[in-house]
Design a binder for this molecule. Structure first.
Ligand code: IDP
Ligand code: MG
Length: 160
């Protein structure tokens, strides 16, 4: 079935969202997933995954010169993460708003980090910062066959 990729002349985007090991350890998986579900975005990929060091380094390669880089890699590989691909119009920027500022103490109440975290080094969730990085990160974290193209029954009640 051919599904138009343009909605109201805005591009459908994809973003990579990941619940970090602290979010999994603290039992926040359901809470975090439900925020994106309730917003009305479409989940196209989901798995619990123990991230190897090389993948964490590749994912965060833009930060490799930062002093906190080794700690960041330890943190991301310290336990399972939940990898997700979400799709929708404007999903990249909208997900960043739902997630909140990098430092949870600066994140607005109502955001995931604003409600659920206190430290930058334990900020519970990742979200891609551009549509290009959304595609790059989904390709990095998911294999072919792990993503689902489907039509939620709620779609006409989310999009006019
Ligand atoms: P973002 O996750 O809000 O996009 P980035 O600047 O891309 O923030 O940093 C990626 C991740 O690296 C952050 O979410 C956080 O886990 C970690 N990080 C960033 N800055 C610091 C820092 O100053 N100390 C410790 N960890 C940091
Ligand atoms: Mg970032």
């Amino acid at each position: 079935v051919f599904l138009p990729r343009l909605v109201a002349s805005m591009e459908v985007e994809e973003t990579y969202i990941m619940i970090k090991p602290d979010g999994v350890q603290r039992g926040l998986v359901g809470e975090i997933i439900s925020r994106f579900e309730k917003k009305g975005f479409k989940l196209t990929g989901l798995k619990l995954f123990q991230c190897p060091t090389e993948l964490a380094q590749e994912h965060y390669k833009d930060l490799q010169s930062k002093p906190f880089f080794p700690k960041l890699i330890n943190y991301i590989t310290s336990g399972p993460v939940v990898c997700m691909a979400w799709e929708g119009v404007g999903v990249v920027a909208s997900a960043r708003k739902l997630i909140g500022a990098t430092n949870p103490l600066n994140a607005e109440p109502g955001t995931i980090r604003g409600d659920l975290a206190v430290q930058t080094g334990r900020n519970v969730v990742h979200g891609s910062d551009s549509p290009e990085n959304g595609k790059r990160e989904i390709a990095l974290w998911f294999k072919e066959g792990e993503l689902c193209d489907w039509t939620p029954v709620q779609e006409p009640w989310v999009k006019e």
